[in-house]
Design a binder for this molecule. Structure first.
Ligand code: ATP
Length: 346
């Protein structure tokens, strides 16, 4: 199922929650909507589901207008499945009944699924690893199992579009990793497009074909995980997605000279124009090479050290700036060091 959003705006009273969103999602694509709290992710998802009407602009699904220009196709006519952070299970239904319900209730469920309901329930139970739990009630399930039930319910009637709103954020770290894999498997084994809302950059980078980064109701950047991570086009994306340091300095003849540095200049390739305007250069913590004092590079002092298993995470004070760098080399608190860019970062 393909989706097109054209100049979609949504206002609540005088507050603009979405500002002129243009976005195309291809059939079978897994797209993550990534951004901080309040940036409009859920509003965008609710608009795709049909729970909200755009204030202006149009939404097309498979080339047909479903919202805008006086049209609003209701959720039950859109062949969508939804998964929420809160699971939203029905306390009086067991696991199998949760899966059977949409098969029977949705008018749009394909006839071949309605005909072979029992087989479909077993198939979905298998896909999400819940076959042994078919007769359990929600209160007899763990958090991870509950979320599997809600995924199973959402995919039961073979929706063309699966909308997921922070489905893992109420689960602990280990379970989140397991369920990431489960969701990827579900996506691979169905032909649904997935729109996955999250504020967790790791989740978006790990799972999505493309990431839409949002801020204050607007799209900041759209790209594959590696494009967004390696080539952030705005200061916000550099900080939010890549956790990059914003190194201050000067641009001279298309080269960047960082503050507090000696014998150092960096090229401009791949850096967006907003970095140039603001006289900063984005450098991820893993792009810095740390060496002892007196080399070519930015001079600083280590002011915090955290051991993280494979590497150390350092906070380095350089003039009035605080920079972050990771390295497998051990340095001590208050060591004077030099930061340079690793060759491949250049
Ligand atoms: P979070 O990650 O915290 O869920 P979000 O990115 O999903 O945030 P939205 O829920 O889409 O953000 O909300 C975007 C903005 O619109 C917020 O400032 C919110 O307060 C506002 N908003 C959302 N729904 C309504 C509503 N029904 N009435 C008024 N304001 C609303």
């Amino acid at each position: 199922m393909s989706i097109e959003m054209h100049a979609v705006c949504k206002s609540f009273g005088r507050f603009d929650a979405l500002r002129s969103i243009d976005l195309t999602i291809g059939g079978g694509e897994f797209v993550a909507i990534l951004g901080p709290s309040g940036c409009g992710k859920t509003t965008l998802l609710r608009m795709l589901a049909g729970f909200e009407q755009p204030t202006s602009g149009r939404i097309l699904i498979d080339g047909r207008v479903v919202a805008g220009s006086g049209v609003l196709v209701p959720p039950e006519k859109r062949r969508i499945g939804m998964v929420f952070q809160s699971f939203a299970l029905w306390p009086h239904m067991n696991v199998a009944e949760h899966i059977r319900f949409p098969i029977r209730a949705h008018k749009e469920t394909p006839a071949h699924i309605k005909r072979k309901e029992r087989e479909r329930i077993d198939q979905v139970l298998d896909l999400v690893g819940l076959a042994p739990f078919a007769t359990r009630m929600p209160h007899e399930l763990s958090g991870g199992q509950k979320q599997r039930v809600s995924i199973a319910r959402a995919i039961a009637s073979e929706p063309s579009l699966l909308l997921m709103d922070e489905p893992l954020s109420s689960l602990d770290a280990m379970l989140r990793m397991d369920l990431r894999r489960e969701i990827q498997k579900v996506h691979r084994e169905t032909s649904s497009s997935v729109v996955y809302v999250t504020h967790d950059q790791g989740e978006a980078l790990a799972m999505a074909d493309r990431i839409v980064v949002m801020k204050d109701g607007k799209i900041e950047q759209v790209g594959t995980p590696s494009e967004v991570y390696l080539h952030p086009q705005t200061i916000f994306v550099a900080q939010f997605v890549s956790k990059a340091n914003l190194v201050k300095g000067r641009w001279i003849n298309n080269r960047f000279i960082p503050e507090n540095s000696t014998d150092t200049s960096w090229p401009c390739e791949g850096t967006g124009s907003s970095f140039k305007l603001n006289r900063i250069y984005p450098v991820r913590p893993d792009q810095f090479h740390i060496s002892s004092e007196g080399q070519a590079g930015i001079s600083g002092e280590i002011v915090n050290v955290q051991f993280q298993g494979r590497e150390y995470h350092y906070h380095i004070r350089s003039g009035s700036d605080h920079l972050e760098a990771v390295s497998s080399q051990p340095f001590r608190l208050h060591d004077k060091v030099t930061l340079s860019l690793k060759p491949h970062a250049l």
